[in-house]
Ligand binder design. Structure first.
Ligand code: ADP
Length: 277
């Protein structure tokens, strides 16, 4: 895909002085930019972003992850790189800086505000416009290099930052993450309608924490709703990409900083990227 494919001003997009309203990475070229979004926090959006990134690496793609959940960044923790810090390189011109992404063990290029601040617990006490400015800069001024996929872990809901990402970033598509709870689906539906209004294509929905697999039988024990993941997806009017169980091995591997090894050794999540590639 050309970076201008989704641009409203395709004709002049990318040209010097062109009128494209989209931002582009300045230092590199990215073939596909996929946003991962949910209605509410805590449903597993960052976890799905991380798993999808790892599944893409398993298939041999070059992958980056931008943590756009500025007030609740969790991608560095997911990849176990939260102790590391991204280098900030002074450019040749005044006020020009470049951010060097931190590499995960499997070579995923990660950029997050938490990799740029001194301590990961430091809260961000900024209002919307400042947050948007920082996010725009992290997107365009990171040294992404050549990437097949850049996954963006978006903030939940239909707020200011999500709107900026959908309007200003040249997204190829969105993946929606939900859980089988009516309250969550109702809010997710708002995100779906927002994306449709802004003409951002949606690949489908991942239903997370759908069930617990019985350890001694085939039964899928549904925790929140007897409705099937297909029914929930139908309510949202979206294809179902994957139905994810509550996975204790995943949680344990995250706690042990071994999530990459875990995902590389399991076939459980390969369907997540079925529609991405
Ligand atoms: P969000 O990005 O939507 O706020 P997270 O991805 O940070 O949510 O997930 C919230 C918590 O739930 C994290 O501690 C994560 O490890 C856990 N979690 C997410 N999905 C699963 C799952 N399928 N099985 C077990 N734990 C999960």
């Amino acid at each position: 895909m050309s970076n201008c494919d989704n641009c409203a001003s395709k004709g002049s997009c990318g040209s010097v002085g062109g009128s494209c309203s989209k931002l582009f990475p300045r230092y590199g070229s990215v073939k596909n930019i996929i946003g991962v979004i949910s209605g509410k926090g805590g449903v597993g959006k960052s976890t799905i972003t991380g798993i999808a990134a790892l599944e893409l690496v398993k298939e041999g793609y070059r992958v980056g992850v931008l943590d756009a959940d500025i007030t609740g960044p969790s991608m560095p923790r997911f990849f176990g790189i939260n102790e590391k810090r991204a280098n900030i390189i002074q450019g040749q011109k005044e006020n020009e800086v470049q951010f060097e992404p931190v590499l995960s063990k499997s070579g995923i290029k990660v950029m997050s505000l938490n990799l740029l601040t001194e301590e990961e617990e430091q809260p961000v006490l900024w209002r919307g416009p400042v947050i948007n400015g920082v996010l725009n800069q992290m997107f365009s001024d990171t040294l992404w290099g050549e990437l097949d996929y850049l996954l963006i872990d978006m903030p939940p809901g239909t707020g200011d930052v999500a709107l900026t990402v959908m309007q200003s970033f040249p997204l190829s598509s969105l993946v929606i993450v939900s859980t089988p709870q009516d309250m969550v689906s109702m809010i997710v539906k708002k995100v779906v309608i927002m994306a449709q209004k802004l003409n951002v294509p949606i690949l489908g929905v991942v239903e997370n924490m759908s069930y617990v697999q019985c350890s001694s039988c085939d039964e899928k024990i549904r925790l929140f709703s007897r409705k099937s993941a297909e029914e929930q997806a139908e309510y949202l009017g979206l294809p179902l990409l994957e139905e994810m169980p509550v996975d204790i091995e995943l949680t344990e591997s995250l706690e042990a900083g071994e999530v990459e090894r875990y995902i590389f050794n399991t076939m459980k999540y390969k369907n997540i990227i079925g529609k991405l590639v």
